[in-house]
Ligand binder design. Structure first.
Ligand code: 3HC
Length: 291
């Protein structure tokens, strides 16, 4: 199977690695709007694999075989793809334009499946007006490790495409969960308002950053506290998901925390900008209320 990943950011490169790990996949096209962005995504994968090799968790030959499957470039290299997974910016028009271009001008394989890794946007709307159906194939960060794929059936996604994508997810070693069209799907509808609530708890001064994270790690056995997880996912993504769920439901329980909005405006987005609820300068992780 040949897979085209469109967008080589955190999710796109992680998804590319997840596919390259699969024996049924011989080629992964990792694409972005500039070749250097795609190269950066590839280097992220290489760095992650180098770490595993250094720890003795992976043979160098296995890492080489995996990276050997990945070809980087512009999306025009995806001509013979069997599956496209779009992981571009969370912007409806960008996604619609991308799928139109891929379906009309780039992908020549008539059986290609077109999937989006959108974290909350409507699959039905992304697919509206396109010649071929679109399906949601939602991975979780870090994509090579997390076991879930939400398979989102838009209003016009045929059942057979849903079944094909579930089968592909299983081949990746993941567990697919079928989800109907709904803002935030299942995980983000539950997880992101929880992170938003943790930000409200911080803003209300109920506890400090480490206190809130430790409470949820030790009290609920979560692997990461909600504020560190928000930093890890990206606070801009958290805000965008809250806004999508609010716009769809008009329910005030999905109103984004003003502190979250303020931090996003200030480019304090978490790990990717080096500062969010924690400061990541010099490879450290220091809560910003303890500096
Ligand atoms: N890429 C690839 N592999 C990674 C990785 C990455 N970015 N980060 C960690 N790993 C691997 C490590 O190599 C290691 O593998 P190994 O055991 O075979 O060596 C394994 O994951 C565990 O990593 P670590 O030992 O370094 O660290 P932890 O045990 O603390 O686990 C974690 C790290 C898996 C990130 C864990 O903290 C966790 O599960 N956190 C919660 C993540 C989560 O909730 N994700 C969902 C976010 S929501 C989302 O993505 C949806 C989107 O739409 C917003």
């Amino acid at each position: 199977m040949k897979v085209g990943i469109i967008g080589a950011g955190t999710m796109g490169s992680g998804i590319a690695q997840a596919f390259a790990q699969c024996a049924d996949v011989d080629t992964v096209y990792l694409c972005d709007i500039k070749e250097e962005f795609a190269e950066n995504g590839f280097n992220k994968i290489k760095k992650q694999l180098d770490k595993r090799v250094a720890k003795g968790k992976m043979e160098q030959s296995a890492a080489d075989q995996l990276t050997g499957k990945i070809k980087t470039g512009l999306n025009t290299i995806c001509t013979d793809a069997d599956l496209i997974v779009e992981a571009a910016l969370e912007n409806m028009q960008i996604k619609k334009d991308l799928f139109k271009e891929l379906q009309e001008n780039i992908v020549k394989n008539p059986n290609c499946i077109f999937a989006s890794n959108t974290s909350s946007l409507s699959i039905t709307e992304i697919g509206a007006g396109l010649e071929k159906p679109v399906i949601g194939m939602h991975f979780f960060n870090p994509a090579p490790v997390m076991k879930l794929v939400e398979v989102i059936k838009g209003e016009n996604t045929p059942d057979e495409v849903v079944d094909q994508v579930k089968a592909i997810s299983e081949k990746l070693g993941k567990t697919p969960v079928q989800v109907n069209e709904a803002a935030g799907f299942v995980v983000n509808r539950i997880l992101v308002p929880m992170i938003n609530e943790a930000i409200c708890v911080k803003a209300a001064g109920v506890s400090d950053i480490e206190g809130i994270d430790n409470a949820m790690k030790l009290g609920c056995n979560h692997p990461m506290g909600p504020l560190e997880l928000g930093d890890y996912i990206g606070l801009d993504i958290i805000l965008a998901i809250m806004d999508v769920i609010f716009a769809e439901t008009h329910d005030n329980k999905y109103a984004a925390s003003p502190l979250l909005r303020k931090m996003v405006r200030g480019k304090k987005l978490g790990v990717k900008t080096g500062i969010g609820f924690y400061n990541y300068a010099d490879g450290k992780k220091v809560p910003t209320d303890k500096q």
